[in-house]
Design a protein around this ligand. Structure first.
Ligand SMILES: [Zn+2]
Length: 277
């Protein structure tokens, strides 16, 4: 009896309470899902923004900030570092090395790790000739390196392979597509902790995008060679081989001497101006 009574009297108010709680929870759920949707969308936007960056390696040269290095070893002198990315390409190696040798120049090569097993002799040859060999990642894959944050991991993997071939521990990396905006602060912290270095460039030759236009490649380099220290980005390509002699002559005429990267004389050269790298 008392039970029935209490049911009859308490039920309406507890029902109203329950109804109210359900409404509040529904509202909460709605707002949470809409927030989540927003978040997902912004992530997607960020990802697509980043992937677009691949095509942005066509950045206008004038937007690339050049590091201001006006002295070198205490003296003001014009120094240029020629760098060649994306080897191993035995096809063009010989020709590039021949041109360099004729001009008594040493250069810096950034090779892709996945090609090393096939061509260990290539690396040995480069070192014998006095060139520097640096890491250019295992996959050269933008998404894996920058969106999935595997830059340091891949470079360490390549460092190991290169050590197996050369017996040397190499520290300099060259970021595929450049370090900006792909490399995050977290990634830079990891790189610094691993003792690795990272070099971008001061002059982009755009050789990769000019397969039948060595003249434009020559022009891209010579027109922008002004600072006391320049680091020229090139690739192991046919058109680069064709452009190289004139690039060298033009740089000589502008008073540049040619240097190969040396770990003992490292200086930071990255688009983030991170002095640790
Ligand atoms: Zn590359």
């Amino acid at each position: 009896m008392a039970f029935n009574e209490s049911r009859n009297t308490k039920n309406p108010s507890s029902f109203r309470k329950k109804f109210f709680v359900i409404i509040v929870m529904l509202l909460l759920l709605l707002s949470i899902t809409s927030l989540m949707k927003l978040n997902v969308f912004s992530h997607k936007a960020k990802a697509s923004q980043k992937t677009q960056v691949i095509s942005v390696s066509k950045i206008n040269l004038t937007t690339t900030k050049k590091p201001l290095i006006t002295t070198y070893n205490g003296k003001t002198q014009k120094v240029v570092y020629l760098t060649f990315d994306d080897g191993v390409s035995p096809k063009y190696e010989k020709e590039i090395l021949n041109i360099l040798e004729k001009n008594n120049i040493k250069a810096t090569f950034f090779v892709i790790g996945s090609t090393l097993k096939e061509h260990p002799q290539y690396i040995k040859n480069l070192l014998q000739m006095g060139e520097y060999v640096g890491m250019h990642s295992m996959t050269h894959d933008y998404k894996h390196l920058y969106i999935e944050g595997q830059y340091t991991e891949e470079m360490l993997q390549e460092q190991k392979i290169l050590k197996g071939i050369t017996g040397k521990t190499i520290h300099l990396t060259r970021p595929p597509y450049g370090s900006k905006p792909g490399i995050t602060l977290e990634e830079r912290n990891q790189l610094a902790a691993a003792g690795l270095k990272m070099w971008d460039w001061t002059i982009d030759s755009y050789d990769w995008n000019l397969p039948h236009n060595p003249k434009q490649i020559i022009n891209n380099v010579l027109k922008h060679a002004k600072a006391n220290v320049e680091v020229v980005l090139m690739h192991e390509k046919k058109q680069t081989v064709e452009a190289l002699p004139s690039i060298i002559n033009g740089l000589k005429a502008k008073g540049y001497t040619f240097k190969v990267y040396n770990e003992d004389q490292h200086f930071p050269l990255n688009f983030w101006h991170d002095g640790r790298l």
